[in-house]
Write a protein of this length. Structure first.
Length: 378
Protein backbone atom coordinates (compact mmCIF):
# COMPACT_ATOMS: atom_id res chain seq x y z
CA UNK A 1 0.00 0.00 0.00
CA UNK A 2 1.30 3.48 -0.87
CA UNK A 3 2.75 5.10 2.27
CA UNK A 4 3.95 8.69 1.65
CA UNK A 5 4.84 9.22 5.32
CA UNK A 6 7.21 6.24 5.23
CA UNK A 7 8.79 7.35 1.95
CA UNK A 8 9.33 10.91 3.23
CA UNK A 9 11.25 9.57 6.21
CA UNK A 10 13.32 7.28 3.99
CA UNK A 11 14.21 10.18 1.71
CA UNK A 12 15.51 12.01 4.76
CA UNK A 13 17.33 9.01 6.23
CA UNK A 14 19.02 8.25 2.91
CA UNK A 15 20.39 11.77 2.62
CA UNK A 16 18.35 12.87 -0.39
CA UNK A 17 16.73 15.66 1.61
CA UNK A 18 19.23 18.39 2.53
CA UNK A 19 22.22 16.27 1.39
CA UNK A 20 25.23 16.83 3.62
CA UNK A 21 27.62 13.87 3.32
CA UNK A 22 31.21 15.07 3.15
CA UNK A 23 32.56 12.39 0.81
CA UNK A 24 31.43 9.60 -1.53
CA UNK A 25 32.79 7.13 0.99
CA UNK A 26 30.53 8.60 3.68
CA UNK A 27 27.52 8.15 1.39
CA UNK A 28 28.04 4.48 0.60
CA UNK A 29 29.27 3.58 4.09
CA UNK A 30 26.25 5.28 5.65
CA UNK A 31 23.87 3.18 3.58
CA UNK A 32 25.96 0.03 3.89
CA UNK A 33 25.94 -0.53 0.13
CA UNK A 34 24.27 0.93 -2.95
CA UNK A 35 23.13 -1.16 -5.88
CA UNK A 36 25.59 -0.44 -8.68
CA UNK A 37 24.71 -2.43 -11.78
CA UNK A 38 23.93 0.82 -13.63
CA UNK A 39 27.25 2.61 -13.23
CA UNK A 40 26.16 6.09 -14.39
CA UNK A 41 23.09 5.70 -12.18
CA UNK A 42 24.99 4.86 -9.01
CA UNK A 43 27.45 7.70 -9.67
CA UNK A 44 24.47 10.06 -9.80
CA UNK A 45 22.87 8.44 -6.75
CA UNK A 46 26.02 9.00 -4.70
CA UNK A 47 26.34 12.56 -6.02
CA UNK A 48 22.76 13.39 -5.02
CA UNK A 49 23.62 12.65 -1.40
CA UNK A 50 26.76 14.81 -1.23
CA UNK A 51 26.89 18.21 0.39
CA UNK A 52 27.89 21.04 -1.92
CA UNK A 53 31.53 21.92 -2.57
CA UNK A 54 32.95 25.07 -4.18
CA UNK A 55 35.94 23.22 -5.62
CA UNK A 56 34.54 20.27 -7.60
CA UNK A 57 31.29 19.25 -9.24
CA UNK A 58 29.39 16.46 -7.52
CA UNK A 59 30.19 14.03 -10.33
CA UNK A 60 33.91 14.84 -10.18
CA UNK A 61 33.88 14.16 -6.45
CA UNK A 62 32.29 10.74 -6.93
CA UNK A 63 34.75 9.79 -9.66
CA UNK A 64 37.57 10.96 -7.41
CA UNK A 65 36.19 8.63 -4.74
CA UNK A 66 36.63 5.69 -7.11
CA UNK A 67 40.01 6.89 -8.35
CA UNK A 68 41.53 7.35 -4.89
CA UNK A 69 40.32 3.93 -3.73
CA UNK A 70 37.76 5.11 -1.17
CA UNK A 71 34.81 3.61 -3.07
CA UNK A 72 34.71 0.39 -5.10
CA UNK A 73 32.18 -1.89 -6.71
CA UNK A 74 31.93 -5.59 -6.04
CA UNK A 75 29.50 -8.46 -5.44
CA UNK A 76 28.98 -8.50 -1.67
CA UNK A 77 25.49 -10.00 -1.76
CA UNK A 78 22.61 -11.30 -3.91
CA UNK A 79 24.95 -11.95 -6.83
CA UNK A 80 24.49 -8.28 -7.75
CA UNK A 81 27.08 -5.54 -8.09
CA UNK A 82 27.05 -2.88 -5.37
CA UNK A 83 29.07 0.25 -4.64
CA UNK A 84 30.61 0.08 -1.16
CA UNK A 85 33.31 1.68 0.91
CA UNK A 86 36.58 -0.04 0.04
CA UNK A 87 37.19 -1.09 3.63
CA UNK A 88 33.82 -2.87 3.73
CA UNK A 89 33.91 -4.96 0.56
CA UNK A 90 35.96 -7.90 1.85
CA UNK A 91 34.06 -8.56 5.06
CA UNK A 92 30.62 -7.90 3.59
CA UNK A 93 31.34 -10.29 0.72
CA UNK A 94 32.65 -12.91 3.12
CA UNK A 95 29.50 -12.55 5.21
CA UNK A 96 26.85 -12.52 2.49
CA UNK A 97 28.12 -13.97 -0.80
CA UNK A 98 28.43 -17.69 -0.08
CA UNK A 99 24.89 -18.56 -1.21
CA UNK A 100 25.07 -16.73 -4.56
CA UNK A 101 28.55 -18.19 -5.18
CA UNK A 102 27.29 -21.75 -4.72
CA UNK A 103 24.37 -21.12 -7.08
CA UNK A 104 26.71 -19.53 -9.62
CA UNK A 105 29.09 -22.50 -9.52
CA UNK A 106 26.19 -24.89 -10.14
CA UNK A 107 25.31 -22.97 -13.33
CA UNK A 108 28.87 -23.01 -14.67
CA UNK A 109 28.52 -26.12 -16.79
CA UNK A 110 25.61 -24.52 -18.66
CA UNK A 111 28.09 -21.92 -19.94
CA UNK A 112 30.60 -24.54 -21.02
CA UNK A 113 33.05 -23.53 -18.29
CA UNK A 114 35.16 -25.66 -15.97
CA UNK A 115 37.57 -24.96 -13.12
CA UNK A 116 40.60 -25.12 -15.43
CA UNK A 117 39.26 -22.18 -17.43
CA UNK A 118 38.44 -20.22 -14.29
CA UNK A 119 41.97 -20.83 -12.99
CA UNK A 120 43.44 -19.64 -16.30
CA UNK A 121 41.28 -16.51 -16.21
CA UNK A 122 42.45 -15.78 -12.69
CA UNK A 123 46.10 -16.19 -13.62
CA UNK A 124 45.72 -13.81 -16.57
CA UNK A 125 43.79 -11.28 -14.47
CA UNK A 126 46.40 -11.29 -11.71
CA UNK A 127 49.21 -10.84 -14.17
CA UNK A 128 47.59 -8.06 -16.20
CA UNK A 129 46.07 -6.11 -13.29
CA UNK A 130 49.35 -6.24 -11.37
CA UNK A 131 51.16 -4.64 -14.31
CA UNK A 132 49.64 -1.22 -13.59
CA UNK A 133 48.39 0.34 -10.35
CA UNK A 134 45.23 1.48 -12.14
CA UNK A 135 44.30 -2.04 -13.24
CA UNK A 136 42.83 -3.14 -16.57
CA UNK A 137 39.58 -2.29 -18.29
CA UNK A 138 36.97 -5.02 -18.49
CA UNK A 139 37.03 -4.89 -22.30
CA UNK A 140 40.81 -5.38 -22.36
CA UNK A 141 40.58 -8.18 -19.80
CA UNK A 142 37.95 -10.03 -21.83
CA UNK A 143 40.09 -9.60 -24.96
CA UNK A 144 43.04 -11.09 -23.07
CA UNK A 145 40.93 -14.06 -22.03
CA UNK A 146 39.69 -14.55 -25.59
CA UNK A 147 43.25 -14.56 -26.92
CA UNK A 148 44.18 -17.26 -24.41
CA UNK A 149 41.27 -19.46 -25.47
CA UNK A 150 38.92 -18.66 -22.56
CA UNK A 151 36.01 -17.25 -24.56
CA UNK A 152 34.22 -14.37 -22.82
CA UNK A 153 31.22 -14.52 -25.16
CA UNK A 154 27.76 -15.69 -24.15
CA UNK A 155 28.02 -14.39 -20.60
CA UNK A 156 31.14 -16.41 -19.78
CA UNK A 157 33.34 -13.37 -19.22
CA UNK A 158 30.81 -11.77 -16.89
CA UNK A 159 30.35 -15.06 -15.01
CA UNK A 160 34.07 -15.59 -14.45
CA UNK A 161 34.81 -11.99 -13.52
CA UNK A 162 31.94 -11.75 -11.05
CA UNK A 163 33.05 -15.09 -9.58
CA UNK A 164 36.61 -13.82 -9.07
CA UNK A 165 35.38 -10.56 -7.55
CA UNK A 166 33.02 -12.39 -5.20
CA UNK A 167 35.97 -14.59 -4.20
CA UNK A 168 37.79 -11.38 -3.26
CA UNK A 169 40.47 -11.76 -5.94
CA UNK A 170 39.59 -8.44 -7.57
CA UNK A 171 37.15 -5.53 -7.52
CA UNK A 172 36.05 -2.65 -9.72
CA UNK A 173 38.18 0.38 -8.92
CA UNK A 174 39.23 3.57 -10.74
CA UNK A 175 37.17 5.23 -13.45
CA UNK A 176 38.57 4.95 -16.99
CA UNK A 177 36.09 7.27 -18.72
CA UNK A 178 33.79 4.42 -19.70
CA UNK A 179 33.74 2.03 -16.77
CA UNK A 180 35.59 0.99 -13.62
CA UNK A 181 38.93 -0.73 -14.21
CA UNK A 182 39.41 -4.17 -12.69
CA UNK A 183 42.04 -4.09 -9.94
CA UNK A 184 43.45 -6.69 -7.57
CA UNK A 185 41.80 -6.74 -4.17
CA UNK A 186 45.09 -7.47 -2.45
CA UNK A 187 46.63 -4.21 -3.64
CA UNK A 188 43.57 -1.96 -3.98
CA UNK A 189 41.52 -2.72 -0.85
CA UNK A 190 42.66 -1.68 2.63
CA UNK A 191 44.52 -4.40 4.52
CA UNK A 192 43.00 -6.10 7.55
CA UNK A 193 39.41 -5.79 6.33
CA UNK A 194 38.17 -9.38 6.60
CA UNK A 195 35.73 -10.61 9.23
CA UNK A 196 38.67 -12.04 11.16
CA UNK A 197 40.47 -8.69 11.08
CA UNK A 198 37.49 -6.45 11.78
CA UNK A 199 35.33 -8.61 14.05
CA UNK A 200 37.67 -11.28 15.43
CA UNK A 201 35.94 -13.82 13.19
CA UNK A 202 32.53 -13.16 14.79
CA UNK A 203 29.83 -13.35 12.10
CA UNK A 204 27.18 -12.16 14.54
CA UNK A 205 29.13 -8.97 15.22
CA UNK A 206 29.67 -8.48 11.47
CA UNK A 207 25.96 -8.97 10.81
CA UNK A 208 25.15 -6.48 13.55
CA UNK A 209 27.49 -3.89 12.03
CA UNK A 210 25.86 -4.26 8.63
CA UNK A 211 22.37 -4.29 10.14
CA UNK A 212 22.74 -1.05 12.08
CA UNK A 213 24.01 0.71 8.97
CA UNK A 214 21.02 -0.52 7.00
CA UNK A 215 18.49 0.51 9.64
CA UNK A 216 20.02 3.95 10.21
CA UNK A 217 20.65 4.59 6.50
CA UNK A 218 17.53 2.99 5.02
CA UNK A 219 15.11 3.07 7.94
CA UNK A 220 12.32 3.09 8.78
CA UNK A 221 12.78 -0.57 7.84
CA UNK A 222 12.14 -3.97 9.37
CA UNK A 223 14.53 -6.79 10.22
CA UNK A 224 12.82 -8.76 7.47
CA UNK A 225 13.69 -5.97 5.00
CA UNK A 226 17.37 -6.33 5.92
CA UNK A 227 17.16 -10.12 5.65
CA UNK A 228 15.75 -9.71 2.12
CA UNK A 229 18.40 -7.11 1.21
CA UNK A 230 21.34 -9.29 2.28
CA UNK A 231 19.75 -12.75 1.98
CA UNK A 232 21.02 -13.50 5.48
CA UNK A 233 18.63 -15.68 7.46
CA UNK A 234 16.07 -13.97 9.65
CA UNK A 235 17.29 -16.09 12.56
CA UNK A 236 20.82 -14.71 12.12
CA UNK A 237 19.49 -11.18 11.74
CA UNK A 238 17.41 -11.33 14.91
CA UNK A 239 20.36 -12.67 16.85
CA UNK A 240 22.54 -9.81 15.60
CA UNK A 241 19.86 -7.24 16.39
CA UNK A 242 20.28 -7.85 20.13
CA UNK A 243 23.72 -6.21 19.81
CA UNK A 244 22.42 -2.99 18.23
CA UNK A 245 18.82 -2.55 19.34
CA UNK A 246 19.81 0.36 21.60
CA UNK A 247 21.27 2.18 18.56
CA UNK A 248 17.95 2.59 16.75
CA UNK A 249 14.46 3.88 17.46
CA UNK A 250 11.00 2.66 16.52
CA UNK A 251 7.50 4.09 16.53
CA UNK A 252 4.28 2.08 16.49
CA UNK A 253 2.71 4.30 13.81
CA UNK A 254 5.47 3.20 11.42
CA UNK A 255 5.07 -0.54 11.92
CA UNK A 256 4.47 -2.43 8.68
CA UNK A 257 1.02 -3.90 7.90
CA UNK A 258 2.08 -7.28 9.29
CA UNK A 259 2.80 -5.64 12.64
CA UNK A 260 6.58 -5.88 12.44
CA UNK A 261 8.48 -2.98 13.93
CA UNK A 262 10.26 -0.58 11.62
CA UNK A 263 13.53 0.82 12.99
CA UNK A 264 15.34 4.03 12.14
CA UNK A 265 18.18 6.24 13.29
CA UNK A 266 17.73 8.23 16.51
CA UNK A 267 16.30 11.71 15.99
CA UNK A 268 14.86 11.04 12.54
CA UNK A 269 11.30 11.96 13.51
CA UNK A 270 12.45 15.26 15.04
CA UNK A 271 14.50 16.07 11.93
CA UNK A 272 11.48 15.39 9.74
CA UNK A 273 9.40 17.81 11.77
CA UNK A 274 12.05 20.51 11.29
CA UNK A 275 12.32 19.94 7.54
CA UNK A 276 8.55 20.07 7.19
CA UNK A 277 7.36 20.87 3.67
CA UNK A 278 10.82 20.15 2.24
CA UNK A 279 9.95 16.46 2.43
CA UNK A 280 7.24 17.05 -0.18
CA UNK A 281 9.58 18.56 -2.77
CA UNK A 282 10.18 17.06 -6.21
CA UNK A 283 13.07 14.58 -6.51
CA UNK A 284 14.49 13.06 -9.69
CA UNK A 285 16.23 9.74 -9.10
CA UNK A 286 18.27 7.34 -11.24
CA UNK A 287 16.66 4.04 -12.13
CA UNK A 288 18.38 1.82 -9.56
CA UNK A 289 18.45 4.16 -6.58
CA UNK A 290 18.34 2.62 -3.09
CA UNK A 291 15.01 4.34 -2.37
CA UNK A 292 13.50 1.95 -4.92
CA UNK A 293 15.85 -1.06 -4.77
CA UNK A 294 16.69 -1.10 -1.06
CA UNK A 295 13.43 -2.68 0.14
CA UNK A 296 11.30 -5.68 -0.88
CA UNK A 297 8.01 -3.73 -1.10
CA UNK A 298 8.01 -1.12 -3.86
CA UNK A 299 4.27 -0.57 -3.59
CA UNK A 300 4.83 1.87 -0.72
CA UNK A 301 6.12 4.17 -3.48
CA UNK A 302 3.36 3.87 -6.06
CA UNK A 303 0.09 2.04 -6.73
CA UNK A 304 0.23 -1.38 -8.30
CA UNK A 305 -1.39 -0.11 -11.52
CA UNK A 306 1.63 2.14 -12.13
CA UNK A 307 4.31 -0.41 -11.26
CA UNK A 308 4.61 -1.51 -14.88
CA UNK A 309 5.72 2.00 -15.83
CA UNK A 310 8.54 1.83 -13.29
CA UNK A 311 9.64 -1.69 -14.31
CA UNK A 312 8.30 -2.33 -17.83
CA UNK A 313 7.58 -6.02 -18.30
CA UNK A 314 8.79 -6.61 -14.73
CA UNK A 315 12.14 -7.48 -16.34
CA UNK A 316 14.42 -5.99 -13.70
CA UNK A 317 15.18 -2.82 -15.66
CA UNK A 318 14.11 0.17 -13.56
CA UNK A 319 13.20 3.50 -15.09
CA UNK A 320 14.32 6.81 -13.62
CA UNK A 321 11.56 8.07 -11.34
CA UNK A 322 10.07 11.32 -10.07
CA UNK A 323 9.06 11.47 -6.42
CA UNK A 324 6.84 14.20 -5.04
CA UNK A 325 4.97 14.31 -1.72
CA UNK A 326 6.34 10.90 -0.82
CA UNK A 327 5.12 9.03 -3.92
CA UNK A 328 6.41 8.22 -7.38
CA UNK A 329 4.37 10.35 -9.78
CA UNK A 330 6.07 9.38 -13.03
CA UNK A 331 9.27 8.46 -14.81
CA UNK A 332 11.74 10.61 -16.72
CA UNK A 333 14.58 10.36 -19.19
CA UNK A 334 17.06 12.43 -21.16
CA UNK A 335 16.75 12.43 -24.91
CA UNK A 336 18.80 13.92 -27.71
CA UNK A 337 22.56 14.10 -28.21
CA UNK A 338 25.34 15.47 -25.98
CA UNK A 339 25.03 19.24 -25.93
CA UNK A 340 21.41 19.06 -27.10
CA UNK A 341 19.78 17.09 -24.33
CA UNK A 342 16.03 17.14 -23.75
CA UNK A 343 14.13 16.38 -20.56
CA UNK A 344 11.16 14.04 -21.02
CA UNK A 345 8.54 13.22 -18.37
CA UNK A 346 6.11 10.31 -18.41
CA UNK A 347 3.70 11.34 -15.65
CA UNK A 348 1.17 8.86 -14.33
CA UNK A 349 -1.38 11.69 -14.17
CA UNK A 350 -1.33 15.20 -15.70
CA UNK A 351 1.06 17.52 -13.86
CA UNK A 352 0.26 21.11 -13.04
CA UNK A 353 2.41 23.74 -14.76
CA UNK A 354 4.02 24.57 -11.41
CA UNK A 355 5.06 20.95 -10.77
CA UNK A 356 6.34 20.56 -14.33
CA UNK A 357 8.45 23.70 -13.93
CA UNK A 358 9.81 22.43 -10.63
CA UNK A 359 10.79 19.14 -12.27
CA UNK A 360 12.54 21.06 -15.06
CA UNK A 361 14.50 23.06 -12.50
CA UNK A 362 15.50 19.92 -10.60
CA UNK A 363 16.71 18.40 -13.87
CA UNK A 364 18.89 21.46 -14.53
CA UNK A 365 20.62 20.89 -11.20
CA UNK A 366 20.76 17.10 -11.51
CA UNK A 367 24.27 15.51 -11.47
CA UNK A 368 24.00 13.60 -14.74
CA UNK A 369 26.61 10.93 -15.38
CA UNK A 370 27.24 8.93 -18.54
CA UNK A 371 29.88 6.56 -19.84
CA UNK A 372 30.95 9.09 -22.46
CA UNK A 373 33.07 12.21 -22.32
CA UNK A 374 30.06 14.25 -21.21
CA UNK A 375 30.35 12.78 -17.70
CA UNK A 376 29.78 16.15 -16.06
CA UNK A 377 26.94 17.97 -14.42
CA UNK A 378 24.82 19.70 -17.07
Amino acid sequence: MVDPQLVRLRLLAQGLVNPAAESPRDVVAGLGAMQGQDLPGVISSIALRLGSSPDQSLIERVISGFNDGAVVRGYPMRGTVFAVAAGDLAWMTELCASGPLKAQTRRRSLLGLDQTQVDLARELLEGSAAATPQGISRADLFALWDEAGMSSAGGRGYHVLSHLIAHRVACYGPWNGQDNNVVLAQTWLPPDSTITDRFDGDNVAATAAMLVRYLTGHGPATLRDFSWWTKLSLVAVRKAFTLVEDDVETHRSLDDPAGEARYFRPGLMDEAALVGAGLDATYLLPGFDEIVLGYPDRLVLLPDEHHGHLVPGNNGMFQKCIIRKGSIIGTWKRGGRPGKRTFEINAFMPLSKAVAREAEEVNRRFPHATRRAETTET
